[in-house]
Design a protein around this ligand. Structure first.
Ligand code: UDP
Length: 478
């Protein structure tokens, strides 16, 4: 860094709130604990105007964190059925000239401040060469599990070793230090070898080894085996850092409707301790009409209290709201007739978006039915809320397996038939079991242990994640 100036790094998170949130938390920690300044370069997903939730989130940040919106690349040539992974990968690779211009401007523009490192996410490894060319360090911040990172790192090898789709592999795959995984549970972006999404992720993963270091939003007690195995990988010479759990401490910045948020917390305060099941499938998850109906009847049959964030269904697209986080129609229109009236004394249904952090940290919340997006999982862990794992897309099945089979901090629901629907009887049984039953006791015990371990990981000067971040900050010029 320049004399008397703060160390300065550039972050390049790919589009999607779930990718941005941990980057912001990392930035805040670097600012608060290591006196950094951070510039966040934001590639566009191609939509005409930036997402509103994201904008208000970025505006609420401390002055040492600046954001730069990159111009939208041209996606006109992409077929309509282009998978989200391809689109996100291209949003970075097609923005490389704009990223170069933005970084050069930081070096040479008014009030120029040297950038010591460029930090990308799993979709950003195409920018490593540019960073090297500009003489700055290249790092990756992997915002999901060490297990998923391990799978992507082994992807070139798995690609060479097999000709069939991963879901057709005869036995489980044993990634170093991880519970055995069946190929059908691999992230869904790599389930079709002919799709561009597969090729995109394969090419991106081949570049991961070029990183000067990799940070992961996990912590030792959560993924001891996988992390140790990664640290032992020769190509990284132990430059793998578990720096999590980096989670939001308040939902305020992203709340799209403040009144709705406070109404839902007021309702929660009137419920008994640990009695309410919170149901949300992340920023992009949607259910089919049939599944909404089963879930509604299942909740009613369970007799449990619930707080459900409902989105309008979009058939055949579980990640339909990924870029917008919004429902296009009134989601209440899709609930069974009379459902709201019949469950009035037990449940609250809210459209589209909830103050998740405040809900998970509320003492009335007793369980979380989650799509297992990694941010949601970590937020549940730090608040000690046991989960019902209901994975939808991306790497969520792998996260669900880590939670249920390895950590035993969640119970799992699984489709009852080939059509993928989870039926009302199963939902009612699992919901009741988690809040009132024996299985609830076991996972609640486990999640409490993890909550304590998560607090320990960030203890100043002694916690494993704290120490890892100190080391990284030193490399970046603190
Ligand atoms: N979130 C929220 N309210 C909602 C839905 C999501 O505040 O109604 C937040 C949640 O707290 C988490 C993020 O959005 O921080 C979702 O990230 P996650 O990795 O769980 O899932 P994704 O949205 O990427 O699928």
């Amino acid at each position: 860094a320049q004399p008397n100036s703060k160390p300065h790094v550039a972050f390049l998170p790919s589009p999607g709130m779930g990718h941005l949130i941990p980057f912001i938390e990392l930035a805040k920690r670097l600012v608060d604990h290591h006196h950094f300044s951070v510039t966040i370069l934001l590639p566009s997903d191609g939509s005409p105007s930036p997402n509103k939730a994201q904008q208000s989130f970025l505006q609420s940040l401390p002055a040492a964190i600046t954001s730069v919106y990159l111009p939208p690349p041209d996606f006109a040539d992409l077929p309509e059925n282009t998978r989200v992974e391809t689109r996100i990968g291209l949003s970075v690779s097609r923005s490389l000239p704009a990223i170069r211009a933005a970084l050069t401007e930081l070096f040479t523009g008014n009030g120029s401040r040297l950038v010591s490192a460029l930090v990308v996410d799993l979709f950003g490894s195409t920018a490593f060469e540019l960073a090297k060319e500009l003489g700055i360090l290249s790092y990756m911040f992997f915002t999901s599990t060490a297990m998923s990172l391990s799978l992507l790192l082994h992807m070139p090898q798995l690609d060479r070793a097999h000709d069939c789709e991963f879901r057709d592999l005869s036995g489980p795959v044993e990634l170093p230090g991880c519970v055995p995984l069946s190929g059908k549970d691999f992230l869904d972006g790599i389930q079709d070898r002919k799709n561009d999404a597969y090729k995109t992720l394969l090419e991106l993963s081949k570049k991961y080894s070029q990183a000067d270091g990799i940070l992961i939003n996990t912590f030792m007690e959560l993924e001891y085996g996988a992390l140790n195995a990664l640290k032992e990988e020769k190509r990284f010479e132990s430059r793998v850092y578990a720096v999590g759990p980096l989670v939001k401490t308040s939902s305020d910045e992203i709340a799209s409707d403040i009144d709705q948020s406070s109404d839902c917390l007021t309702w929660l305060s009137k419920q008994p301790a640990r009695s309410v099941l919170y149901i949300s499938f992340g920023s992009g998850g949607t259910l089919s009409q049939e599944q909404i109906t089963e879930l509604a009847f299942g909740l009613e049959m369970s007799g449990q209290r619930f707080l459900w964030v409902v989105r309008s269904p979009i058939e055949n697209a579980k990640d339909a709201a990924f870029f917008t986080n919004e429902s296009s129609k009134d989601p209440f229109d899709f609930l069974p007739l009379g459902f709201l009236e019949r469950t009035e004394s037990k449940g609250l249904v809210i459209p589209s978006w909830a103050p998740q952090i405040e809900i998970l940290s509320h003492e009335s919340t007793g369980g979380f039915v989650s799509h297992c997006g990694w941010n949601s999982v970590l937020e549940s862990v730090v608040n000690g809320v046991p989960l019902i794992a209901w994975p939808h897309y991306a790497e969520q099945k792998m996260n669900a397996i880590l939670l249920t089979e390895d950590l035993k901090a969640a119970v799992r629901v699984k489709p009852d038939s080939e059509n993928g629907i989870i039926e009302r009887e199963q939902i009612a049984r699992v919901a009741k079991g988690l809040i009132e039953g024996e299985e609830g006791n076991e996972v609640r015990g486990k999640i409490k242990e993890l909550k304590i371990a998560a607090e320990r990981a960030f203890r100043k000067d002694v916690g494993s994640s704290s120490l890892s971040l100190d080391e990284v900050a030193k490399k970046w010029g603190a």
